[in-house]
Design a protein around this ligand. Sequence first.
Ligand SMILES: Cc1cc2nc3c(=O)[nH]c(=O)nc-3n(C[C@H](O)[C@H](O)[C@H](O)COP(=O)(O)OP(=O)(O)OC[C@H]3O[C@@H](n4cnc5c(N)ncnc54)[C@H](O)[C@@H]3O)c2cc1C
Length: 304
Amino acid sequence: MAEAPAAIQRKAPLAPLTSIKVGGTADALATCTSFRAVTQALQWARQQDAPVAVVGRGSNLIVDDDGFRGMVIRLAGRLSSISVRGDRTLWCGGGASLPRAVQRAANAGLTGLEFGASIPGTAGGAVAMNAGAYSSDLSQVLDWAVVCDAEGRRRVGRDDLAMGYRTTSVAGDQVVAAVGFALAPGDPTAIKAQLDEFRAHRRSTQPQGVRTFGSVFTNPEGQSAGRLIEAAGLKGHAIGGARISPVHANFIEAGPDATARDVVALMDEARRRVRDAGGPVLHAEVRYLHPQWGIGAPPLAEIA
Ligand SMILES: Cc1cc2nc3c(=O)[nH]c(=O)nc-3n(C[C@H](O)[C@H](O)[C@H](O)COP(=O)(O)OP(=O)(O)OC[C@H]3O[C@@H](n4cnc5c(N)ncnc54)[C@H](O)[C@@H]3O)c2cc1C
């Protein structure tokens, strides 16, 4: 039997590990600081027949109110570090903060990653989601990723990950443990100006100082999910402790008493009202940690 991963916590509260801060506890939380520890944790979970869930900064994740009857894996230590390698490669552990990576690239005079300045996830989570903004996404700068599973680790190229609009082929029991971004030398003053502009734009268009998980729904082809929800009259609409943001209707804000159930009910309401108004069926961008089987789509009501 594989060894239990070194840093393992039982009955770990998960709400503090997410940006929206709802949800219950996980049976186990493994904090891994090396590729070997990640693989060991995955092997251990498999031997226990326990489902696994990989959590970055939880900035696009709702945890069920009943928590998770399995093992959550997080990355730390070397696997959250960032370094510049050679002339134009930014090496990031999968658990590295994306905004920190962006700043590190800027400090080194490397351009290409600026769009990620205000995406508050990890490098690994951002690759797994193919996060993006301002008409760019991670697929445009990713060179390679080290992916770990219970069999070991392998280095894959960008083209192996089937990166589409907020989607990739990274499976729920795979861990993006390190990534290499291929950047280009740029003018440090221009890079800084671009970062300032992107950050200012965020501050003026998105809710600030409140608990959210970024965009709730993906944008339907040629349309804006936020505008559709706003047109359905839902800005500020509340259920329990959660409400549709009065600032940007594709954000949900969670108050101190919000539950995962409130958030999902609001998502159902938004989808139903947009559909009733003749709009398209909205699809969730945010991921959901189910108690029994791990991370997947939120448990939304069927809609025609
Ligand atoms: C204020 C705010 C603004 C945001 N703006 C944007 C934006 O502009 N564009 C955008 O795309 N997103 C945005 N987001 C959403 C979020 O930041 C991104 O989706 C981010 O990529 C999620 O990274 P994470 O590490 O927090 O992942 P988590 O939320 O922890 O997890 C999300 C998914 O990634 C998987 N995952 C996490 N880490 C790994 C890993 N190392 N290996 C394998 N799978 C992993 C999880 O299993 C889960 O399926 C925003 C969120 C907030 C709160």
